[in-house]
Design a binder for this molecule. Structure first.
Ligand SMILES: [Zn+2]
Ligand SMILES: [Zn+2]
Length: 832
């Protein structure tokens, strides 16, 4: 090979072959070394990897290689989140079977990842669409059912009347079907739920255990999603009837100010309430209209608040006042109780609603230094204050009134204190084909019957034709649907819903510890050895659901006796996005940079280096052509200096012990810089993974090598210093740009590969500096820098500072008023 020029294509393939042949990344459980489990969120096999993947996996690879060098037994696996909607969409578009599409994509993307040189243990690769994987998920479903954590209930789905099919949220585009543009409706279907709400309190409390290891932002998002609120449930009797409407409020202190009731149009009491009133028709129209609104839109602040009077009234339990009942578009059935006591004077949404429909405002909380007048209020008063118009509670501070009124309601049997969560149970039913079948049978005699454990897996049939219109082919596929009841042997039917793909990704990190185990989901010893995941890395877009479901699954599996663990991910890094021209890369914006193309042009090492260097990992990074060019130039510069010095370089080891006495100033400087760089890179890569500053430090070291090489290469000790420093550069950069470093390392003369070499250690003695750089200012302005002995006295520094020629220019002809010395740092000469 022509070694003169850096040829990434050649050396990268060479080293990928060597690493694979030597099985350096194959992991065993029986090591005496401490374990380290680093994991990147596994990709959906969409077809090609994108720059966001490259950034994510490059970060993970640095951690994996670094920890290996630092003496850990590292588990670094990769797999595929392989079920899901895009495969079905592609099936429709390109007339190809989802399985074929998925497996072909996996093959292509695996090649791309291998070309980037990531240190995965490919022997542990998993694809969640494989029956040997989802078999265990079906088993978990049965176990959860036994434990009472699975149930079935009616729940709305997006329904396209044009295609006669259920649509996933992603297939609804601004309220219209993605395929035929029909207006999407909400339709009620029986669906399967996992009772994640049983774990709401623990999921919330255990966030404490993750502090320090997880970004604060993500902890806050999890907390908000669980949404614990403490308040009171109050029953409002319907006027003239025994029926009661229950509300949940966190503001019982405003109860006397409730002047109407807002109900979700889909509240189960509504049909009976509006029946045979003169408002029935208007209400029904309103319900139909609201059904079409997206739920996120319905809860957004800028939604135009709309409602309709039901023609019915209910009784405020403390004032006895008859208040009208409205249906309101901003009230959702699944939040709280689906009914809200409206206090327009003290709640902004209620205020807007009351203004629109001319409903009365009643002030019950007065701020300290002003008097609110309902007729002149322009917005609700939501701050603290003292109670008025509230009977026996008048004069109380509203925080105290919350407690007092709650107690009163409990005593009078009108309500009770309660805790409410925003978190809802997890609907895992998908009316789609490309997913793991839910292992349930419907028997006309026995009802719902679970599939027997020994009959698992319920295999998703692959010999089906997917439907043009997107409907699942399963309900019409007789060989799948028709079966016999495991209990009574009668003819029965299989469930044709499949599981939400979030179920697969909620436990894949556990399966990696024993991915080929056939007789159980996990090998308990492997699980015990590897878990928790020491470092998890992925996009912040998964900060809520995926992490919450994974945490839930681990807690459930713990309670089922599979695992002795409360939390799966000890440390979490959420990397930022890759932007181009200030926007996230996307096909529609036409700003996508294809990793394959960049690898073709610059090599994998340059692409990796740029992704790590452009920004700290948790920040968004901006793709720039000059940036990647700069990374490529740096690697070339490193290559050239080693080629040039090759005749005098020898494998002395990184951070080689060198006596610093009798070294020339340049030699001393290099020795110090080498050890300082090792020290800095080691610190930067620990914990917060500041790759960009670590790389910058190595660049500085390379710059210094360029400055001193011509002098140092003249003698033996200088050659030794250069050998050590360049060896250190190879070690320090290896986790980031492993191919070029292995190649240069081998050229220097090492026989052992970097993949199994130890991380260099800075020598504390070499870090002791015996010269210092002192900054000299005249009247606070920088005028010079001098090198001085580290043990110099203040008086000597002053004298030396004045000898500097540039300083003399600025002092000449003036009077020195005083000289300030900041030891080891700075001299400021004040003149007049
Ligand atoms: Zn449609
Ligand atoms: Zn039966």
């Amino acid at each position: 090979m022509d070694k003169k020029n850096y040829n990434p294509q050649e050396i990268e393939l060479k080293w990928q072959k060597i690493w694979e042949k030597k099985e350096y990344f194959k992991v065993k459980d029986d090591s005496k070394k401490p374990k380290y489990y680093v994991l990147e969120m596994f990709p959906y096999p969409s077809g090609r990897i994108h720059m966001g993947h490259v950034r994510n996996y490059s970060i993970g690879d640095v951690v994996a290689r670094l920890k290996t060098m630092q003496g850990y037994n590292v588990l670094h696996p990769m797999g595929w989140d392989a079920f899901g909607l895009p495969a079905e969409n592609a099936a429709i578009k390109h007339n190809v079977h989802p399985a074929k599409w998925t497996y072909e994509n996996i093959d292509y993307m695996r090649k791309e990842l291998k070309r980037l040189g990531y240190s995965y243990d490919w022997g542990r690769e998993i694809a969640t669409c494989h029956p040997k994987y989802y078999k265990w998920e079906q088993l978990f479903f049965l176990k959860l059912w036994e434990k009472g954590l699975v149930y079935r209930k009616k729940s709305p789905v997006n329904w396209c009347p044009g295609c006669h099919t259920v649509l996933a949220n992603e297939q609804v585009e601004e309220g219209l079907c993605w395929r035929c543009s029909s207006v999407v409706e909400q339709k009620e279907l029986e669906q399967w739920f996992l009772k994640i709400t049983d774990y709401a309190e623990e999921l919330l409390a255990d966030l404490e255990k993750l502090k320090g290891g997880w970004p604060e932002k993500v902890l806050a998002m999890q907390k908000n999603w669980i949404g614990k609120s403490e308040g009171v449930e109050i029953d409002f009797q319907v006027d003239g009837e025994a029926t009661k409407i229950r509300v949940f409020t966190t503001r019982p202190d405003t109860l006397f100010g409730a002047t109407f009731m807002s109900m979700a149009p889909e509240h189960p009491l509504v049909p009976a309430l509006i029946s045979e009133t003169n408002q029935e028709k208007a209400c029904k129209e309103f319900i139909e209209k609201t059904k079409r609104l997206d739920k996120i839109v319905r809860t957004s602040e800028d939604l135009e608040k709309e409602g309709v009077f039901t023609g019915r009234y209910c009784i405020n339990p403390v004032t006895g006042a008859k208040i009208p009942i409205y249906l309101a578009n901003f009230v959702l059935a699944e939040y709280g109780t689906g009914a809200v006591m409206a206090v327009p004077a003290h709640d902004q949404r209620d205020f807007e609603f009351a203004k629109k429909y001319n409903l009365p405002l009643k002030v019950v909380i007065q701020p300290k230094n002003e008097t609110l007048d309902p007729s002149s209020m322009t917005q609700a008063y939501t701050e603290q204050g003292f109670l008025v118009n509230s009977g026996e509670f008048n004069g109380l501070f509203n925080e105290d009134a919350k407690v007092a009124i709650a107690k009163y309601l409990e005593e009078k049997n009108l309500g009770k204190r309660t805790v409410n969560y925003r978190l809802r149970d997890w609907n895992i039913s998908r009316q789609r084909y490309w997913g793991a079948p839910i292992p349930v049978i419907y028997c006309p005699k026995c009802g719902l019957v679970p599939v027997k454990e020994e009959d698992l897996p319920v295999v998703l049939p692959l010999d089906v034709k997917t439907k043009e219109d997107g409907r699942s082919p399963l309900p019409e596929y007789k060989e799948f649907v028709e079966t016999t009841c495991p209990k009574c042997g009668a003819k029965a039917k299989r469930e044709t819903d499949t599981m939400d793909t979030f179920v697969e990704s909620s436990w894949y990190f556990l399966r990696y510890t024993s991915p080929r185990k056939e007789d159980a989901p996990f090998d308990p010893n492997s699980l015990k050895y590897w878990l928790p995941v020491d470092q998890y890395i992925g996009g912040v877009e998964h900060a809520i659901l995926h992490l919450l479901y994974s945490r839930f699954f681990v807690k459930v599996l713990r309670d089922l006796g599979y695992i002795d663990l409360d939390e799966p991910f000890k440390n979490l890094l959420t990397q930022g996005m890759v932007l181009k021209d200030g926007a996230k890369m996307s096909k529609s914006k036409g700003n996508v940079v294809d990793p394959d193309e960049m690898i073709q042009k610059y090599g994998a090492d340059t692409v990796r280096l740029f992704c790590l260097f452009a920004a700290p990992p948790e920040k968004d990074m901006e793709w720039s052509d000059q940036g990647i060019d700069g990374s490529f130039r740096f690697l070339n510069r490193l290559w050239r200096v080693i080629i040039e010095l090759l005749p005098i370089l020898s494998p002395v080891g990184a951070a080689c012990k060198i006596d610093k006495n009798n070294l020339s100033p340049k030699a001393k400087k290099l020795l110090f810089k080498e050890h300082q760089t090792i020290d800095k890179v080691t610190r930067d890569l620990k914990g917060k993974f500041q790759f960009n500053t670590a790389i910058a430090a190595v660049m500085e070291l390379v710059n210094l090598i360029y400055l001193v090489k011509d002098e140092l290469k003249q003698d033996e000790i200088g050659a030794k210093l250069l050998s050590s420093a360049l060896s250190s550069v190879c070690c320090l950069l290896y986790p980031m740009v492993p191919h070029i470093c292995e190649e240069l390392w081998q050229m220097i003369g090492y026989e052992e590969h970097l993949a199994i070499t130890s991380w260099p250690k800075a020598d504390p003695e070499a870090l002791q500096q015996d010269t210092l750089t002192i900054v000299i200012q005249v009247n606070g302005k920088l005028r010079g820098k001098i090198e001085v002995d580290a043990n110099i006295s203040d008086e000597e520094v002053k004298a030396k500072a004045l000898e500097d020629s540039n300083v003399q220019k600025h002092v000449q002809g003036k009077t020195i008023v005083k000289t300030i010395v900041v030891p080891k740092k700075l001299v400021n000469i004040v003149v007049k």
